[in-house]
Design a protein around this ligand. Sequence first.
Ligand code: ARG
Length: 461
Amino acid sequence: MAKMWAGRFAKETDSKVDDFNTSLPFDCRLYEEDIQGSLAHVAMLEKQGIVTTKDAQDIQEGLKSILKDINEGKLPFGQGFEDIHMFVEETLTNRIGDAGKRLHTGRSRNDQVALDMRLYVKKEIKEIQALILDFMKSLTAMARVNLETYIPGYTHLQRAQPITIAHWMMAYANMLKRDIRRLQNTYDLMNECPLGCGALATTTYPIDRNYTSDLLGFTQPVDNSLDGVSDRDYCIELCSDLSILMMHLSRFSEEIIAWCSLEFHYIELDDAFSTGSSIMPQKKNPDICELIRGKTGRVYGSLMTSLTMLKGLPLAYNKDMQEDKEAVFDAIDTVKQCLVVVKPMFDTMTILKENCEYACLHGYINATDCADYLTRKGLPFRDAYHVVGSLVGYCNKNHMALNELSLEQFKEFNEAFDKDVYQALDLKTCVEMRKVLGGPSQNEVVRQIQMIERFINERCS
Ligand code: ARG
């Protein structure tokens, strides 16, 4: 097929170059954005008197028929096109003749591709935010019914202090809230229209960049044409946001993997969301969580690809920038796949309340509370800490929990102990005493849930 730039060249391109150069196999997914951008561009060309109304109408009808045919599967992308932009333009010219050749007046593929990517990333940010919100709804709903499901909280993966599953869930809900806000920040920063930047230095035609920017839903045109066609910082930001989101999902997955092992056994995944082994009949594996953890690396990879792709590029456009697409597409696809499956997996898992509570009875997770108790009785905290350290050592040797000591035994360690110590060491008391802002007490977690619910409602309205 003759290239649109064939005039300058005495030879056909080598087919190996064509194969190497083409981005159509992956940028074909930008067809809607490409057509949307062209429709706005031609509307502006007509308004400015740069093309006739007749040509503009033919172009618009032609573009719409292409969109319809692609959507209905009647127009395969085929082979031999350099990219989606050439595919749409050449198909248009085949369909409507010379008018099709006027579409590209006052425009370059450089501002065209910059526009298509921005439109696409904006759309995907919205979709990803909606998926995160869905998962947050599940977290808050599940938290509401687990306000009294006690589990040990951990540091160094050693039992530390008692919390509730609800408190734990709200930790993840807060991380996801920031993920949504980070994406929103990326969206707001990139919400400027590069159309009209041309190849690098705008154009000599009297185009109206504000008009196309408005038509396409941007807040304003990009203010400098070199910047508009040459930066992909928003791709880096998106990959960074998605990397952080995946990091959160991966930590969540890691905990679920641990919790459904027999060693913890705090939860049981639904059969529909677990897998078996080909050899060990007893196995029930948390593959979904392992895959989320594993796929996190792919998204980090996209971040590295886009950072490295841009670092040495002189202004303005360079073909290196074609490499932004597969990185960004893969990051988006991966994140969406993970979010789509993590929510129903979470919704259908069973929390084994008794096992969670049983784990709280071992490991001296009320030791801090014991020290706090003595402190309330007048001991300096450091002394109280020391007394309880000896108590724990004693209990450990004798295979006892703190609450199993008699009052006499307590008193041997310190006279300040009294019979109210048992109440102070009770699991529920230990949690309820932590009513400080951010803590695990029931009322406080309800407040945290309400904060997240308010955020969800504001974003959904
Ligand atoms: N396929 C190209 C890309 O993705 C489109 C822009 C091509 N522009 C150019 N001057 N070769 O970046």
